[in-house]
Every structure is written in C-alpha cells, then in structure tokens.
Design a protein around this ligand. Sequence first.
Ligand code: SF4
Length: 219
Amino acid sequence: MTKIEKAKLLKLLYQYRSFGFKYFKEYKPANMINQKISSNLAAMSDKVSNCHLCSISNSRKNVVFGEGNENASLMFIGEAPGANEDEVGRPFVGKAGMLLVKIIENVLNLKREDVYIANVLKCRPPNNRVPTLEEVTSCKPYLLEQISIIKPKIIVALGSTSYHHLTGDYDMPISKIRGEVLEFADAKLIPTFHPSFLLRNPSAKKEVFSDMLKVKKLL
Ligand code: SF4
C-alpha cells in the first residue's frame, strides 16, 4: 500500500470513528485508570504532532493540540489556532487568549490551569481563514477523542464555527443559540461568543458574562 493510500484509508477510518464506530474495547485495569488517562492524552498529542491528514499540515509551524487540566470539569473549544498559537504550539495565547483567561479568572474564579482549552482544528488555516468542512472532518475525531478522555462536565463552544462543527447545527446563528444549555455526549454544551469577537465588539461582553454565570452555576 502506498503512503497516499494509507493516508486515505486512515482518514476514512477516522471519519467512521467520528460517526461512532468502535473497532476494539480497550482494557483498563482499575488501578491504572488515572495513569492511563494521562498517557492517553500524551500519546495522542505525539500522534497528532505528526498529522498530515489535511493540507494545512503544509503551512503550519506547530500543531496546537490543546492544554490544561486533564481531569477538568470545564473545557473551552475554539475554532482554530491563530498566528501566535501556531508560533508556540499552544492554544489561546494571543489577545483573545488573554481575554479568555480574564473571563476564567474574574468570572469563573478559576485559573487557566484548572480548565482544558482546545480548538476544533489543531493547525492554523492559512491567513486565519475559516476551516473547510473537509479539514474539520479530518481533524474533529482528535477533538472527540480528547473529550472522551477528559470527560468534562461542561463544554463551552467559543464562537459560531466551534458550535457549528461540534453539533452539525450549521444553520443556527451563534447570536440565537448562545447561553443555551444543550446536551453533548455526556456533557452540557454552552455556546457563547468567541473572545476575538468580543475584542471587536466589546458591548457583547455582557452576554458572555451572563453565559459564564450559567457555567459557574452548573460546575
Ligand atoms: S488540521 Fe488536524 S487533520 Fe489537518 S493536519 Fe492538522 S492535525 Fe491533521
């Protein structure tokens, strides 16, 4: 089998897995569960750092896997890394990231290290364009696997792209759905505005503040 054929087959298997297919049941001895969780994310991060499933791998500098508390009750999911994130391989480290940290600290009374932060797409799309459906289809299984390992109680979808690709509810404007408490896998999903949007539209901060109060109540 050629490398291209292998990559295509792998992509297809990831797509099947994103639809819920499972190929084997992993054996987890009870006394190894915590250790297993940690090594699973670390192993995943290693695997994803060499991913070439979509063409963005040609232009990225670093894969931005995600970071934070592996046992977090709260997970934030954004759209995709930007230039700052691509440079250092960490999520939400630019201006939008600083605003997110302020929200975490000042509204939720938590620290950045208490939560887990990731994106739907693990690599920066050229010129920060919106990810294509094909790119998301290739990448989303990684996110779903992260969620299944971390098992957060609450997931906050940051912005419309994150919400749309997480749920498949592509016709719903974020302005209409934000602040709703939805079911997603075993977690509550609360969509809200992306911090980048807040930087451009500071008047929307009050809506995000109200959404975060809901998050705080449910934690
Ligand atoms: S965006 Fe996702 S699927 Fe595409 S190369 Fe990066 S990690 Fe792989």
